[in-house]
Design a protein around this ligand. Structure first.
Ligand SMILES: [Zn+2]
Length: 543
């Protein structure tokens, strides 16, 4: 029934989309802004390219097959060498981070799917009816709300609460269902600029903040693989579409006052043909649990309450290298488990085959206290501990008995680890080149959030919790590292910045737009603007 309805919606969406975008990659955008349209100064244009691999981006720019990104951002702007996304590295969580300046563990949109035991609500954003629900699932103010009455426009970005004009992304799901023509969706994002220009002509004002979201590349990564020819071609296609937008902005004189920002929400990890791990089957067969792994969100509370009473385990997977497992307490879902009880369940397998003994499981993380988590992996066991610091929480990685994160092989990092507690920014700096960059400070807050459940799992490189060619959601550098590039007035062309975190984007954009940044802790990142405009940036990009 649900599928039929979606197919029907998908059909009409796909037809409308094809009429709108036509065939081919699209020519130059032709609508002109009227001369009397107010052009805000400063302005920001943000490109979010879902699932863009930073390694392939570097390759393509160096080899000349991404000419627009090379010209506009690498040669013409500034590149962050080590930009790192959130944990988990999953679209809806990161898009909400870009909108709020908060990590998923703070804003609460943990992933594309999550279960909230208190509400008996299992949210899944990957369906037409619910993708917009994300805007009601977090309370923190968005950048669109913070710049009001400044005008903003969002194209295809699901997370847009408070935006002046939202141009919806129904097409994403519609086309997915029908033609699997994902690059057409990315073309639509660029072509929509003509509609935005018409809207600005009627409104008399070009937006201060324009967000262009490209969803197609990620879908191709999941279906065809990040190492496939089709993924590479889709990246080339995004380069072309970003070029169309930038050329139009330039022709309209808007580049003189606009800063261009390009990011992805996560990278992608290839999955081997034999790399699928069936977690539900493990939980049923080995741990004897009554498991549900199906979203349930279209029913009133009483029905959801009754539904979840039938299970003692909820398994919510996202993107598909992240999974959160929730265990029902003795008295029901309102009765949370003590850490000891969680550990007892995980170690209960009769033949001693624990979750973390599987080669495809990278990390199993569960809380052992309010400020402490255990890390289990085929590489052994370790801990992360949190303590309050003068300028926010500090974290310590305890590689005892085992160096699960592999940090001790690097002498400098081993010395850093041995010194104990550090702030998240110090961890980012110290682990930026590692296989697991910037992971330590995320884990304790993540496990403290009720929507992350009692246990979270990250798949090992080459593995996934569902059948797909590539995925993300884990903590490996291939999915944690993201492109982050800036170009515009006052930003050194050809420059680079050492490190940044996804959570820095919102304060940076707010600072670019001249907003005063609140010092009440309602933004977790820092503005990169002073570093971007400093003359001291290095002029050469490392290979
Ligand atoms: Zn994504």
């Amino acid at each position: 029934m649900e599928r039929k309805r979606l197919l029907r919606e998908g059909a009409s969406a796909a037809v409308v989309l094809l009429l709108l975008v036509g065939c081919g990659p699209g020519g130059a955008l032709t609508v002109r802004l009227r001369p009397d349209v107010k052009r805000p100064n400063p302005a920001v244009v943000l490109f979010i390219c879902d699932g863009m691999s930073v390694d392939l981006l570097d390759q393509g720019c160096a080899a000349g097959w991404l000419p627009n990104l090379q010209k506009r951002f690498v040669a013409g702007g500034l590149t962050v060498e080590h930009a790192v996304t959130c944990v988990p590295s999953i679209t809806y969580g990161v898009l909400t981070t870009y909108a709020t300046g908060l990590t998923p563990a703070t804003h609460g949109v943990l992933a594309n799917q999550w279960f909230d035991r208190r509400l008996r609500l299992w949210r899944e954003y990957g369906v037409i009816r619910h993708y917009r629900a994300v805007n009601g699932d977090f309370c923190a103010p968005t950048i669109y709300e913070r710049i009001q009455p400044g005008v903003s426009v969002s194209i295809q970005n699901a997370v847009h609460r408070g935006v002046t004009k939202n141009v919806a992304n129904w097409a994403q799901s519609g086309v997915r269902w029908f033609f699997h023509d994902y690059t057409a969706v990315d073309k639509l994002t660029a072509t929509t600029l003509e509609y935005v220009a018409g809207w600005a002509n009627r409104n008399g004002e070009w937006p201060e903040l324009l967000v262009c979201y490209f969803p197609g590349l990620d879908s191709i990564g999941h279906v065809c693989g990040v190492e496939s020819r089709r993924y590479r071609d889709a990246l080339g296609h995004i380069d072309y579409q970003v070029g169309r937008v930038c050329d139009w902005l330039e022709a309209e004189g808007l580049l003189e006052t606009s800063t261009l920002v390009l990011v992805a929400d996560h990278g992608m990890v290839p999955v081997r043909d034999d790399g699928v791990i069936d977690l539900a089957q493990y939980l049923r067969d080995e741990l004897d649990r009554r498991v549900t792994e199906s979203p349930f969100q279209d029913a009133p509370f009483e029905d959801r309450y009754r539904h979840f009473e039938r299970f003692d385990t909820v398994l919510a997977k996202s993107a598909n290298r992240f999974a959160a497992i929730h265990f029902r307490g003795k008295l029901g879902w309102d009765d949370p488990l003590e850490p000891e009880a969680v550990r007892a369940i995980l170690e209960a397998s009769p033949d001693g085959r624990r979750l973390w003994d599987h080669a495809g499981v990278d990390l199993v993380v569960y809380a052992t206290g309010n400020r402490e988590v255990a890390l289990r992996s085929p590489r052994g066991a370790a801990r992360v501990v949190e303590r309050p610091g003068a300028r926010g929480p500090e974290y310590r990685y305890v590689p005892v008995p085992d160096d699960v994160l592999g940090y001790l092989g690097d002498a400098e990092l081993a010395s850093f680890v041995s010194k104990g507690f550090h702030s998240w920014r110090e961890w980012l700096q110290a682990t930026r080149g590692q296989t697991y960059p910037d992971v330590v400070p995320h884990l304790v807050p993540l496990l403290r959030h009720p929507r992350s459940g009692d246990v979270v799992l990250f798949a090992a490189h080459g593995y996934s919790f569902a059948r797909e060619k590539s995925g993300h959601g884990g903590v490996h550098r291939d999915e944690m590292r993201i492109p982050m590039m800036f170009a515009g007035p006052g930003i050194a062309a050809g420059g680079s910045l050492d490190v940044a975190r996804a959570v820095d984007l919102a304060p940076t954009i707010l600072a670019m737009l001249g907003c005063e940044l609140p010092e009440d802790g309602s933004l977790e990142g820092v503005s990169l603007l002073p570093a971007l405009t400093a003359q001291a940036v290095s002029r050469t990009r490392k290979p």
